[in-house]
Design a protein around this ligand. Structure first.
Ligand code: UDP
Ligand code: MG
Length: 316
């Protein structure tokens, strides 16, 4: 008998005790009928150091059904690390990545699966069709970020892209082969290439619990993204240096000539002070940019594991 193809659904979970059962029920329902029922499937929960009953609930679910697996990390490593842990331990021929909060509708899985199988894509990714319901300032910031990163890096990020996607084994393997410590998954998904089809859906509110993102968190995340995929800020600081040196040179010539012709060498100290502090600020800015890259390099050279496993239902 021919072996059935299998889909693994990877679900990073951090304090999701209210959502997990609902998520599980909804996913099982989508696999009951239609083309997806022809597939084997398993759900791989990644407990990312939750401090609530998330792990307990996952264990209960795993006890009652043999297509539920879990890995539990030794602390909260962040969503990026949880995604990596899930992908690295996934075994299916197809791998879906989903939030536990049902913001990623499981009923799209069927369409995504058929697109890969029938149209020959390697990945079906999703994006929200609008930023409705989001604070205006956050939308502007996001738009600005996507403009910048797309123009200064070789990768192409899609505005509104979610992490919800279905990939073939081959694509998952190539993502797992990128073992960098500072992981910016949206960039890595784009960097590995392959044929990706984008589908859109209206943004859905979380079923329960709270989002783990604050504005500041998102800001730092976007800086990470830029540093991980572009060296343009470094080039920009050199450019700034050249530009300022050039104008200073013009200024020096002007002052020397003026002093020789008209005398009066000591007026203008307020402008001197502002210029000096302006340049001082720019220098600190550029030093900061270099420092950001250096800090990332420092973390990478330590070669620490991306996550640490505490317990799992997987048999290795
Ligand atoms: N998550 C995680 N580790 C974290 C933060 C979040 O595994 O440190 C999980 C979280 O449980 C959820 C998914 O990542 O399943 C997305 O998080 P969230 O819903 O807060 O983000 P949003 O959907 O608002 O972008
Ligand atoms: Mg969410």
């Amino acid at each position: 008998m021919e072996e059935k193809l299998r889909m693994t659904i990877v679900v990073p979970c951090f304090n999701e005790q209210e959502s997990i059962r609902l998520f599980h029920d909804e996913v099982e329902r989508t696999f009951c009928s239609g083309p997806l029922s022809e597939l084997d499937h398993n759900i791989l929960f990644v407990n990312d150091g939750s401090s609530d009953d998330t792990l307990l609930i996952i264990k209960q679910l795993a006890k009652n059904s043999d297509n539920i697996e879990y890995i539990s990390l030794s602390r909260n490593f962040g969503k990026e690390a949880a995604i990596f842990a899930g992908l690295e331990n996934s075994t299916g021929d197809f791998v879906a990545l989903m939030d536990a909060d049902l913001q990623d509708p499981p009923n799209l899985l069927e369409k995504m699966f058929l697109t890969i199988v029938n149209e020959g894509f390697d990945c079906v990714a999703t994006k929200r069709s609008s930023r409705k319901g989001e604070p205006l300032i956050r939308s502007w910031f996001a738009m600005f970020f996507y403009k910048i990163i797309n123009s200064i890096s070789k990768i192409n990020l899609v505005d509104g892209a979610r992490d919800f996607r279905l990939m073939t084994r081959q694509m998952v393997d190539s993502i797992v082969s990128l073992r960098e410590y500072n992981r910016f998954s949206k960039g890595l998904f784009s960097w590995v290439g392959f044929n990706v089809k984008w589908i859109e859906y209206e943004n859905i509110e979380r079923i329960a619990g709270k989002t783990k993102w604050s504005f500041w968190g998102l800001f730092l995340y976007s800086v990470d993204g830029i540093i991980a995929f572009s060296a343009v800020p470094l080039a920009l600081s050199s450019f700034l240096g050249v530009l300022i040196s050039f104008f200073s040179l013009l200024g020096i010539i002007f002052i020397v000539v003026k002093t020789v012709i008209f005398g009066d060498p000591v007026t203008g100290w307020p402008s001197l002070v502002t210029i000096v502090s302006f340049i001082g600020g720019l220098q600190l800015l550029c030093l900061g940019i270099i420092g950001q890259y250096l800090a990332k390099t420092y973390m990478e050279t330590k070669d620490r594991p991306i996550y640490i496993l505490k317990e799992t239902s997987l048999k290795k």
